[in-house]
Design a binder for this molecule. Structure first.
Ligand code: FAD
Length: 430
């Protein structure tokens, strides 16, 4: 079996490890023939399945995932569900486009909220807003740009000084910050478990079932898995960076591995010194900066580092994440992470996605670029609309279309050079 066709992580998801054991649904063990096969049970794949079933209730739909729900990529993120554009998408000169994107994203966020409000899983989904903060020159420039976007879009925000930030989140590390209310925070492994548990009964979900190969046959498609082939009239690829191993997006997608460390629940004495806000998230202004969260049960999380196409060694990850935490919270120098884990982000050169019908009967939504919980849910739903002849907004025009990247080895060399330069420019934010 070609392991690189799907993610195979060195560590368990720290979020999933906090939840009770969940028995996985059975893997595929025989050949099947269906109308629609969806590869990837993440935010994109689940939203596509749900919407497809609403539009064409008679279609037989199967969804396969190489991992288990909660343990795979969708349960590994930092749990920010933004209702407005990401900072690196935010362009003050294109306000009408951004406003349309924001409307679509906000509507998708509301659907996620409604979907999980009566769920048995405690997704900890709360509208806590988000901080963005800058420590150095590059961060300050990006913060200023984001502020201009918020101003131009007439979106509310608060400006925060170093002392304000210290008072609210307990760190003197940042020079300045902004607080924007347009963000929910969640426990991502619980969230994806909840969304998967609400799949319509007639959608078949196979876990621990990787798509290893894909080819056309007759008027349809065959997906090869380890123990059975799936013959489908239509395919939806919702497996993010790994779509390229099935032949889609080879010249557009890169798998970037990024890492999170989570502390144990901190003692009350330490928590008392960590500011007045007891449940918060902070996003970096610079693209290589670190994300922070204080989780409602009294843990801190830090996310940082990028590995090109492969995982970074555990020792390097553990050392750098700890340094990042200590720089921000020197009072935690004796605290060690309880969990460390990585996840793969489907990265494209210009931040656009691969979205739409890429071959006859083959639909794809891949390349989340690090902010795909809400956007993936939106794109999955719209992809089902497109495949079923419903009107859809112009996704490429609104959100961007993944641009071409040079082949290897030039691609890897280019990434190393750009990331070294960015690491240098943004060194104060890391
Ligand atoms: C550490 C980290 C922090 C992040 N923080 C945030 C955040 O705070 N907010 C945010 O919006 N985004 C965040 N992201 C990105 C976010 O996780 C993704 O944007 C989001 O999960 C994309 O959803 P998706 O369904 O499109 O793809 P994915 O979540 O990547 O899901 C794809 C699914 O496909 C499966 N798969 C892959 N290959 C195969 C195959 N060959 N066969 C079968 N199944 C396959 C995978 O197991 C996976 O379950 C973060 C990512 C990481 C790694």
């Amino acid at each position: 079996m070609n392991k690189s066709n799907f993610p195979n992580y060195q560590h368990r998801s720290g979020w999933n490890a906090l939840l009770p054991e969940r028995p996985a649904r059975a893997s595929l063990k025989q050949d099947i023939s269906i109308d629609v096969a969806i590869v990837g049970a993440g935010y994109t794949g689940l939203a596509a399945a749900k919407r497809w079933q609403e539009l064409a209730p008679g279609d037989a739909i199967a969804i396969i995932d190489s991992s288990e729900i909660g343990e795979g990529n969708p349960g590994r993120n930092s749990g920010f569900l933004l209702e407005i554009s990401l900072a690196n998408d935010a362009n003050p000169n294109e306000i009408s486009r951004m406003q349309r994107c924001n409307e679509l994203i906000a509507a998708s966020m509301q659907k996620i909220l409604r979907a999980v409000e009566n769920s048995a899983e405690n997704c900890q989904l709360k509208r806590r807003g988000t901080y963005r903060a800058a420590a150095g020159k590059a961060g300050m420039k990006a913060l200023q740009q984001y502020r201009s976007f918020l101003e131009a879009a007439n979106l509310p925000y608060e400006e925060l000084s170093r002392d304000d930030l210290a008072q609210r989140i307990g760190t003197q590390f940042y020079q300045r910050g902004l607080y924007s209310p347009h963000c929910y925070l969640a426990q991502p492994a619980a969230l994806i478990r909840s969304l998967a548990s609400q799949l319509p009964d007639d959608v078949q979900l196979y876990e621990n079932t990787a798509a290893l190969n894909l080819h056309q046959q007759g008027g349809g498609w065959i997906i090869e898995t380890a123990e059975g082939n799936i013959a489908a009239k239509k395919i939806v690829l919702a497996n993010n960076a790994f779509a390229k191993f099935l032949g889609i997006g080879k010249s557009q997608l890169v798998a970037m591995y990024t890492y999170a460390g989570m502390t144990p629940v901190l003692d009350q004495a330490l928590l008392d010194g960590l500011g007045t806000d007891e449940n918060w998230g902070l996003l970096p202004t610079h693209r290589l900066g670190s994300t922070l969260r204080r989780i409602e049960d009294g843990r801190l999380l830090v996310r940082s580092l990028y590995g090109y196409e492969k995982e970074i060694s555990h020792n390097k990850v553990a050392k750098e994440l700890k340094e990042n935490l200590d720089k921000r919270f020197p009072q935690l120098s004796n605290i060690h992470f309880e969990q460390i884990w990585g996840g793969a982000v489907g990265f494209t050169m210009n931040g656009g996605s691969i979205w739409g019908q890429v071959k006859p009967g083959l639909f794809a939504s891949c390349g989340c670029n690090g902010g795909g919980v809400v956007k993936g849910s939106l794109f999955g739903e719209l992809l089902a609309d497109l495949a079923n002849g419903q009107p859809v907004p112009n996704v490429a025009q609104l959100f961007g279309d993944a641009s071409w990247m040079p082949p290897e080895p030039f691609r890897a060399i280019g990434f190393q050079l750009i990331s070294r330069l960015q690491r240098f420019l943004g060194r104060a934010e890391i």
